[in-house]
Each structure stands twice: as C-alpha cells, then as structure tokens.
Design a protein around this ligand. Structure first.
Ligand code: 9MG
Length: 281
C-alpha cells in the first residue's frame, strides 16, 4: 500500500512497508495536551521543523479541539487559525500537510492553501464533504466516532464494539467509493477515545488486526489519550509519554500504518526498534 500526495510538487508519496509518523500540530487555544503552545505562527513553525527533523512524515494541522466537551468554532475562526500556518509551513517545507477538520469549507480552503490530505474525525459526514474530497483527489482519513465531541463520552454504548466500528468504516468506505474517491486515497481509523469507554478502547486495540481486511491503510491515534491515563493512573497529560510510546509500539507491531503522535522523536526511536525486530530472521 502507498499514499500519494498531489501537492505541492514534486509529488510526495509514502510507502507503507513500515509505519509512518503523523506529527500533531494543534492550533487551538484550549488544546487538551499542549495548552495552546503553538497558536503563535513562529512557535508553530519551530515545532513543525522539530517534528520533521525528528522523523514526522506528515504534519496534521488542526484548528478546532475534538477533546470530549470541546466547544465548536465557526469555519471562519477555524480557517483564521490554520490557513496562515499551512501557508507558512509550505514556505519552508514540502512535507505532506493533513488538515484535521470536519468542515467542508475548511477542507476546501486548507487544500487550496497547500494541505494535501484531509483528516476527518466525522468521516466526511458533513454536507458536501464526500463530494469535495472526491473532487480534490487527496488522501483522506475517515474515523469512527459515536456521537459528537461535546457529548460523546456521556454514555458510549455498543453490543460488539469491534464489529460495529468495522461495519461503520465499511459503510463509509462504500459511500466514499460511490462518490468517486479513489480507493488508494482512503485511510481508516477506529477513533480511540471518540465515544468509547476504556473497555471499548482496549478491546478495539486488542483486535486492531481485524481492520486489515477492509483493505485500507490504518491510522491509530492514542497519543496522550485518557485510556493511557486510566490504565496507568496518570490524570495529567504530561505524565503519559511512556504509555503513549508503549501503545504506539504495540500498534506498529499490530501493523498500523500511520501513527498520529505528539512526541515524534520518542515514537520514531521506538518504531525503529519495532521494525528491527519485525525484520529479524
Ligand atoms: C484529530 N484527532 C484527534 N484524535 C484523533 C485520532 O485518534 N484519529 C484521527 N484521525 N484524528 C484525531
């Protein structure tokens, strides 16, 4: 499997012979794990440069928090946060930039400004999002979420979480294909922490290999999340580095293709070891 990014020239592509790292750039003042550190453009660029040097192959830029209980922001507000930074990254690097948004308007503006991938926690369910993505012809990550960020952790309910998440992703892949999105552009994500209890998250993680037969690259985002805090009794996100690395390594071992992480350097080292063991005789 391989992802090809249409812009900017020269064409960038990522082979999935080993997992790749997507570095997180949160441009939200209330971001749950970096407290708005990168809202200023200069800080954002320093952080992006560091992530690239540390081994990130994609930068995921987001202007609206998706943490449980987060307030929604308007498309204009979201664009005012992400567009200047996307343009500024483009001036210093041709690394693939992913736009983390669920809004059709933001997807459009971000790709026009230099983003070359869409990361949608709402799996392109907004009006016009599937059609726009087909037209833009860029890779897209469709994620499973039960409910909406503001209320999703109130009462997550499943009979069989693995089966239901898988069925949802299968349905969304079909919708994407029918709308003309290229199969090679679709990435799937079970959506850890999005409308799921700790037990749901652990069960999904245990059965990660079950998602392979959907035929799409698999993205896993668990970095600094509450499932780590719950198992390790680490209420503060600052204490979750070891847990994040442990789960990133486990996900790579279970054939995840893209890891969405805050701590790029540490993850890159862990993945290198994981790969060395995988390739050993
Ligand atoms: C934006 N965002 C936050 N968590 C995420 C996750 O687990 N996956 C994806 N694709 N995006 C996420």
């Amino acid at each position: 499997m391989k992802l090809t990014f249409p812009s900017p020239p020269p064409l960038q592509s990522i082979e999935f012979d080993k997992p790749c790292i997507m570095g997180i750039l949160n441009l939200t003042p209330d971001s749950f794990s970096d407290g708005g550190l990168f809202v200023k453009k200069d800080n954002a660029l320093i952080h992006v440069t560091q992530m690239i040097n540390d081994g990130a192959q994609i930068i995921d830029v987001g202007g609206e928090s998706t943490r449980p209980g987060a307030k929604e922001v308007s498309a204009d507000e979201e664009c005012s946060r992400v567009i200047p930074v996307i343009e500024a990254i483009r001036e210093i690097s041709n690394i693939p930039i992913s736009i983390d948004t669920s809004k059709t308007e933001v997807m459009h503006q971000a790709v026009s400004s230099g983003a070359s991938m869409i990361n949608d926690v709402n799996a392109l369910r907004a009006d016009g999002a599937v059609e726009l993505t087909a037209k833009l012809n860029v890779p897209v990550c469709i994620m499973h979420m039960q409910g909406q960020p503001r209320t999703m952790q109130h009462t997550p309910t499943y009979v069989d979480v693995v089966k239901e998440v898988k069925n949802f992703l299968k349905e969304r892949i079909d919708v994407c294909l029918k709308a003309g999105i290229n199969q090679n552009n679709i990435i799937i994500d079970p959506g850890f922490g999005f409308g799921k209890t700790l037990e749901h998250n652990l069960s999904l993680f245990k059965h990660l290999e079950d998602f392979e037969n959907l035929g799409c690259p698999l993205l896993v985002g668990v970095s600094r999340k509450s499932m780590i805090g719950a198992v390790l009794d680490k209420p503060s996100v600052d204490e979750r580095l070891n847990g994040s690395i442990a789960l990133a390594t486990l996900a790579a071992w279970k054939n995840a293709n893209i890891l969405r992480v805050h701590d790029v350097k540490e993850t890159a080292e862990a993945l290198k070891l994981c790969q060395a063991v995988k390739e050993a005789k």
